[in-house]
Design a protein around this ligand. Structure first.
Ligand code: GDP
Ligand code: K
Length: 266
């Protein structure tokens, strides 16, 4: 069993990695970059630690490693660590990973901070909205660590997240999916299409040249439509807005003050 460990910087990813793995090894660098590749063992389960990143769509060398790993590593699932106190920012990466449709455990870390603040995160609801298993942890108090270790012994399949990006973007996704049809890339085509539309060069560069040109034309035309229809100032912005709105809805439904929670439950 093998997982990729992913999350934004400073969410407690290294802390959790150190707690749940009994041993780890540096196994060289990631292809083409000076970022060390580290694999840890939690029982029989292998965990590949990836550099902290805000997006699957890379804007730096470190972030490129995540895209690269998603495309090239063999893995059974993803462990996505988020900071419970910064869900709005952190879930952006989660949404992208959920669009990929790989089995994903959402680990809501720093839960001790949320507990202290008198807020409650309704993980059942998050799980329903996102369609994946959610585990609350604290690398500080060790809350949820045993559960996490136990859960990752099995892979739980989740449905890919399907956001409604509106007509213009949906049509572009369909067109790109058609072009990707005969491709050998094993990842979900709609994930690849949306990544390409938001400017993920590491995915676009996998396409052969004539396809790449056709895709670039679709990107340009879609962006013009987005601007003409005053949906956003750019294609990337339009995609960002849809995800952000979805995340805001999830959070407003799942993050509650303790008092209100008691009223709902009892
Ligand atoms: P990474 O960048 O995601 O690998 O994050 P680190 O593991 O380096 O943690 C970042 C900071 O958050 C460190 O100061 C940790 O001690 C702290 N931290 C990690 N997990 C928790 C947690 O569950 N609760 C609290 N309160 N702090 C944590
Ligand atoms: K760190």
């Amino acid at each position: 069993m093998k997982y990729l460990l992913v999350g934004n910087p400073n969410v407690g990813k290294s802390s959790l990695f150190n707690i749940i793995t009994s041993s780890f090894a540096h196994v060289g660098n990631w292809s083409g970059v000076t970022v060390e590749k580290t694999i840890g063992k939690s029982g029989d389960v292998d965990i590949i630690d990836l550099p902290g990143t805000y997006s699957v769509c890379p804007s730096s060398e470190d972030e490129g490693v995540v895209s690269y790993a998603l495309l090239n590593e063999h893995y059974n699932g993803l462990i996505n660590v988020v900071d419970a106190t910064h869900l709005k920012r952190n879930l952006y990466l989660s949404v992208q990973l959920l669009e990929l449709g790989a089995p994903l455990y959402l680990v809501v870390n720093m839960i001790d901070e949320v507990d202290r603040s008198g807020m409650i995160i309704d993980t059942e609801k998050i799980s329903k909205h996102l369609g994946c298993t959610v585990i609350k942890t604290s690398a500080r108090t060790k809350k949820g660590i045993d559960e996490l270790k136990l859960r990752i012994k099995d892979v739980v399949v989740n449905k890919p997240l399907k956001l409604e990006y509106g007509d213009i973007i949906s049509q572009a996704i369909d067109k790109i999916k058609q072009l990707l049809r005969a491709d050998r890339i094993h990842l979900r085509r709609s994930f690849l299409a949306i990544q390409i539309l938001e400017g993920n060069e590491s995915i676009l560069n996998l396409m052969d040249l004539n396809k790449k040109e056709a895709i670039q034309t679709i990107i340009e035309e879609t962006e013009q439509e987005i601007i003409k229809n005053k949906i956003a100032l750019s294609l990337k912005g339009a995609i960002f807005n849809v995800r952000r709105k979805f995340i805001e809805e999830v959070i407003s439904d799942c993050l509650i003050k303790e008092k209100e929670f008691n009223r709902v439950k009892h």
